[in-house]
Design a protein around this ligand. Structure first.
Ligand code: NOJ
Ligand code: CA
Length: 529
């Protein structure tokens, strides 16, 4: 078994990758694990600590691979089990940890378990959630509102309805069944035996159902996650479980347990508020949610993000806030998906470098492990007319060639097309050009990651809110490191003393001058300015 240093996740910066779009090594137009290995030089140079691979299991790919047809295998286009091992070994040799998605709540309807389950009299009938009527669990919300208006679908072969929290081709597993609980544990073992350092547990709030509840965050779900954690701690010490739960902070906190459930959980409600605060030039939305966020137990961490492979989910804001965000960031209906916005970071922010740097400076200095979405470090664009959320999952742009250098296949055979606009196509946005330009967004990203590494307070210290005389400046202390972020288009001045570690503000005679959308990390000897 690989030796995994304990608690590496506490100071990690995680890089999220859609493997199918990162690097194609064999010219079939589909990114793969051998391609990932080839690009490890880049990831090491960039200075991230961990890579999170989106699902690589066999899948009909009707939900970006979150529709898994075999929980213990690799989709051949991604490569083989040996390719996983080779990638993990090479990553480890560079001090990079590897997490992958584990789709725990549901499978594809093509999974043999479901195919057996639907057969009349099947011993596996009880592996999924069946019902004679579509009225059960009626208090559970529908998540993919653009695709469905019910969480039940009729199956002709079974002569019954099955329960699905996501697409109707993704039946939910029945965690009431001890056989399912064991089979899922075995699948977790399968992945961790390959040497992975962690699993992102997809859609964890929905494992159990119960009439009269919204079927989210139920006690059975937490009990099972605790069992899984105990198993992981005993059999794979140092392995991290990352909970994907789109919930309010108070509902998220129990996913850490008493440092005995998931090591990390995404902080969903923070993310839209960062964009909202920027749109209105007022930090109140961000400040409110931070004040409402309890500190996790000592060994646990929030996972913080600006963008990911999904839409910007807007479940965790009020209707008027949602309207303000749609107005500011998704004027065209094709930019919207379900309750959210399907755009990448840079186009959402109008390609305004100041806004991109500001939000990254906040992301990288709030308590938690920052997650960076591939391509956002070079300011990639999106294609919001592609199906579902594919528009934010297009190929990585490595060089200025029309294909962006990610694949030698005929572009007609690319799994997803490369962005082709003048503003965001490979000529304008690519890794090679930005690597050799010290002023590029990529150079900025690499530099700020280095500064974060050299500033351990940003991983370990608590959060202390600082009072400043401006509604557009977010100000906080992480021990002796002070952070000031100006969310408005007007210059702001705040009292501060110390040395600037990073940022574009100037500090003299006890006053920090922040340009419009400016920011600073300041090391001080005093606790408050
Ligand atoms: C959350 C994933 O991030 C998303 O891409 C997927 O569609 C759903 N879970 C269902 O697995
Ligand atoms: Ca390939």
């Amino acid at each position: 078994m690989t030796t995994r240093p304990e608690a590496w996740h506490r100071s990690a910066v995680i890089y999220e990758v859609a493997v199918h779009s990162f690097q194609d090594s064999n010219g079939d137009g589909f990114g793969d694990l051998a391609g990932m290995t080839k690009r490890l030089d880049y990831l090491e140079w960039l200075g991230i600590d961990a890579v999170w691979l989106l699902p690589i299991m066999p899948s009909p790919m009707r939900d970006g691979g979150y529709d898994v047809s075999n929980l213990t295998g690799v989709r051949p286009e991604f490569g083989t089990i040996d390719d996983v091992k080779a990638f993990v070994a090479d990553a480890h040799s560079r001090g990079i940890h590897v997490l992958t998605d584990f789709v725990i709540n549901h499978t594809s309807d093509q999974h043999p378990w479901f195919q057996e389950s639907r057969q009349p009299g099947s011993p596996k009938r009880d592996w999924y959630v069946w019902s004679d009527s579509p009225d059960r669990y009626s208090d559970a919300r529908v998540i993919f509102i653009d695709a469905h208006d019910s969480n039940w679908a009729w199956d002709e072969t079974a002569g019954a309805y099955y329960w699905h929290r996501f697409f109707d081709h993704q039946p939910d597993l029945n965690f009431e069944n001890p056989e399912v609980r064991e089979a899922v544990k075995d699948a977790v073992r399968f992945w961790l035996d390959l040497g992975l350092d962690g699993l992102r547990l997809d859609a964890v709030p929905y494992l159990f159902e119960e009439d009269g509840t919204n079927c989210e965050n139920l006690p059975g779900t937490h009990a099972y996650l605790k069992e899984l954690r105990a198993m992981v701690d005993a059999e794979y010490p140092g392995t991290v479980l990352l909970a994907e739960a789109n919930q309010w902070p108070e509902e998220l906190l129990p996913y850490f347990g008493d440092d005995d459930e998931c090591h990390m959980a995404f902080h969903f409600p923070l993310m839209p508020r960062l964009f909202l605060s920027l749109a209105i030039g007022d930090v109140a939305p961000v400040d409110d949610i931070i004040m409402r966020t309890p500190a996790p137990p000592p060994n646990s961490r929030w996972a913080l993000f600006l963008r990911n492979h999904d839409e910007v989910t807007l479940e965790m804001v009020t209707e008027s806030e949602r309207a303000a965000m749609i107005d500011a960031y998704a004027p065209d209906p094709s930019m919207r998906k379900n309750l959210g916005i399907r755009r990448r970071l840079t186009p959402m922010l109008g390609n305004d470098r100041r806004k991109i740097e500001l939000l990254n400076a906040v992301l990288l200095s709030l308590p938690g492990a920052p997650v960076i979405y591939y391509g956002d470090e070079i300011g990639m664009g999106d294609i919001h007319t592609l199906n579902d959320r594919d528009g934010v999952r297009t190929p990585m742009q490595w060089d200025s060639s029309a294909s962006g250098g990610w694949s030698s296949a005929d572009p007609a055979d690319f799994y997803l097309p490369v962005v082709a606009t003048e503003e965001y196509g490979p000529t304008a946005v690519n890794v090679a050009a930005q690597m050799s330009d010290p002023e590029s967004l990529l150079s900025f990203t690499r530099h700020i990651l280095q500064t974060r590494h050299d500033t351990p307070e940003l991983s370990e210290a608590g959060y202390e809110r600082l009072e400043v005389d401006s509604t557009s400046v977010l100000a906080y202390a992480r021990d002796s490191v002070l952070v000031f972020a100006n969310f408005s288009g007007q210059p702001q001045s705040v009292p501060a003393n110390g040395t600037i570690l990073a940022g574009n503000a100037s500090l003299a005679e006890g006053s920090l001058d922040l340009p419009p959308l400016g920011w600073a990390w300041v090391r001080t000897d005093e606790q408050t300015p």
